[in-house]
Design a protein around this ligand. Structure first.
Ligand code: 3PY
Ligand code: MG
Length: 250
């Protein structure tokens, strides 16, 4: 049966995440059989459509791996459909102010704590039903901070009480005018450290996209607790490159 809501474990101890861009349940099965802490299905820059998600989320859940879906924008209606497909969490890109943060967190929670619409229609009666109002049945609501404006409004964003903040270093490095690797390796302006500290003070988990083990070490030391350390794209290309090089050397 599908995973119920994810406990906060995922964001508090999710250091071994895998980012997914390919709309393939079969490759998710191969990846999740190896036991990552979670997968992040990228509905913003990846290829998955809404109709792909059911099989993708279930493929992860079969192995007990929670699936978080990054939606392409701030449409609460779409987020609702993604949550109904069974995702254990939603990542909203580029949140820059408190009002937007509150609206998006609310879209993930039923009344009285939010305004997610209740339509218990999909799951077979053999599955446990989502119970509106049971906190543990809510998907994780994760908000991305990936611009200078978002950083400047971090306190207002945290006041919306998301389950996690997720830093997007590609967009953030563009917005700040700093190099991507430099940002992740040395955090030259102290912004990543400051976000982690303020999240900790607010009792909100801090995550960050890193995509590699090397680039995760700095953020882990600064207090980031959840991150994708690789991706399906990267696994396929690095493994293929390695095999081709090995063949030449053999
Ligand atoms: C970014 O780095 O901007 C991201 O959105 C990572 O997924
Ligand atoms: Mg981004």
């Amino acid at each position: 049966s599908p995973l119920k809501a994810p406990s906060l474990d995922l964001v508090e101890r999710g250091r071994r995440g895998v980012w997914i861009g390919l709309p393939e349940a079969a490759s998710i099965e191969l990846i999740c059989a190896e036991g990552p802490d979670w997968i992040g299905i990228d509905g913003q820059h990846g290829q998955a459509e809404l109709s792909d998600l059911l099989g993708m989320v279930d493929a992860a859940n079969v192995f007990g791996v929670p699936a978080i879906v990054r939606v392409p924008g701030h449409d609460a209606g779409w987020a609702g459909r993604v949550i109904d497909s069974g995702a254990q969490g939603i990542i909203f890109p580029t949140v820059e102010d408190g009002e937007t943060a509150a609206r998006l967190v609310s879209a993930c929670r039923f009344a009285p704590r939010g305004n997610r619409s209740y339509g218990p229609t999909r799951r077979s009666p053999r599955y446990a039903k989502t119970v509106p109002g049971v906190r543990a049945d809510d998907p994780l609501a994760i908000l991305m901070v990936e611009t200078r404006t978002g950083y400047e409004n971090l306190d207002a964003i945290l006041a919306a009480e998301p389950d996690g903040i997720f830093i997007g270093p590609y967009d953030l490095s563009l917005s700040l005018g700093v190099d991507f690797d430099a940002l992740l390796v040395s955090d030259p302006d102290g912004i990543l450290r400051d976000v982690a500290q303020r999240c900790a003070d607010a009792g909100v988990a801090a995550g960050i996209y890193t995509g590699s083990i090397d680039l995760s070490l700095g953020p882990i030391g600064w207090g980031y607790s959840f991150m994708p350390i690789t991706s399906d794209y990267s696994l396929l290309s690095t493994a293929t490159r390695g095999v081709l090089a090995d063949f030449e050397r053999a």
